[in-house]
Design a protein. Structure first.
Length: 335
């Protein structure tokens, strides 16, 4: 960065003088200090389908490298206005600022100290086209982004991803729960992953608690004379099914077929229908109580997770109860 040598007012050669703790350029003739302040740079993050809009730079610095739509704020222009203007000039689209992402200090050999202010913007109108300062404009998946020209852009994208992590997890899990995504073919960040892991790692504990309950409870007297090992294996199968259902690998047809068969088998083994209903209810109870006992509900996303677990337990075990009842009643096909 070039340094000033002469006073712009009187053309006298400048000296330096301390102002407080800072050494500044000073004109002895004009008795004037000159200040070198960081230049403000406005950047925007525009995301579509979890892909971020990047610009390939046409000019130096960092010619040919990718970055967020970015540029200097002009005198008399708000930083938000600068962000929208640079976005339109470089990409052809009009954006609406919807959130502040971060601010970062940086140094550039050409411009000196800079302050990058990054916003999240929504694409409102306009056609995507490279502007005068850009060779190309393109949306990139976050996990397939090229290296960015400016470290401040990289930090901003990381901050943005971190801020959206819980939101995306909720959206992914909701899509999974209503059948709009398939975990076998689509990589996701599911809230239910935490629930699946919780049950998987603690299946033995949950099974033991359930077994103690059904072998001593008044509502399930037949379980007191069933081989404990066999009963334990049965509950572990149910827990595995519930884990798979949470993860999207076990569907309604699977529930129907298994529990219809289970209902008929328990009838043939001498269980009362009320005992089957009670045993299923106790399974749900012990999963729920164990999850709550782990004190894992401490963040905003955990509130959603609690609601999701409760809702999905209700869906799974209500279906299990229904089909077990129909199987007990001897229906061979239940659609």
């Amino acid at each position: 960065m070039k340094k000033r040598t002469y006073c712009p007012y009187c053309s006298e050669k400048l000296s330096t003088k301390a102002e407080g703790d800072i050494l500044r350029d000073f004109c002895t003739s004009c008795d004037t200090f000159f200040y070198d302040n960081p230049l403000p740079v406005a950047s925007t993050i525009v995301v579509s389908d979890r892909k971020v809009l990047l610009v390939k730079r046409k000019n130096d610095p960092k010619k040919g490298e990718w970055c967020l739509p970015s540029g200097f704020a002009e005198t008399g222009e708000s930083i938000e206005t600068a962000a929208r203007r640079e976005l339109e000039e470089e990409t052809g689209i009009n954006g609406k600022i919807i959130d502040f992402v971060c601010v970062d200090s940086a140094y550039n050999s050409l411009y000196g100290d800079l302050i990058f202010v990054t916003f999240e913007a929504e694409w409102i109108s306009g056609d995507l086209i490279a502007g005068d300062d850009a060779e190309e404009v393109e949306f990139f998946s976050f996990d397939k982004m090229p290296s960015l020209a400016f470290s401040s852009n990289t930090k901003a994208v990381r901050r943005y991803i971190f801020s959206k992590k819980e939101y995306w997890a909720i959206i992914d899990s909701f899509s999974l729960s209503i059948g709009k995504s398939d975990p076998k073919t689509q990589k996701g960040n599911y809230v239910s992953d935490k629930l699946v892991n919780l049950i998987e790692k603690n299946a033995d504990i949950i099974a033991n608690r359930w077994l103690n309950d059904v072998t001593t409870g008044k509502s399930t007297p037949t379980y007191a004379i069933v081989d404990p090992h066999s009963a334990r294996e049965r509950i572990l199968i149910v827990l595995r099914q519930f884990r798979k259902w949470l993860g999207g690998y076990y569907g309604d047809d699977d529930i129907r077929d298994y529990y219809r068969k289970l209902g008929l088998e328990r009838k043939n083994e001498g269980f009362a229908l009320s005992e089957i209903m009670s045993a299923i209810s106790l399974t749900r109870k012990h999963i729920w109580e164990f999850a709550l006992s782990q004190r894992m509900w401490t963040k905003t996303i955990d509130i959603y997770m609690t609601l999701e677990l409760e809702r999905r337990m209700m869906l799974f075990f209500d279906r299990a109860t229904y089909y077990a009842t129909r199987g007990y009643q001897g229906e061979k096909r239940v659609d």
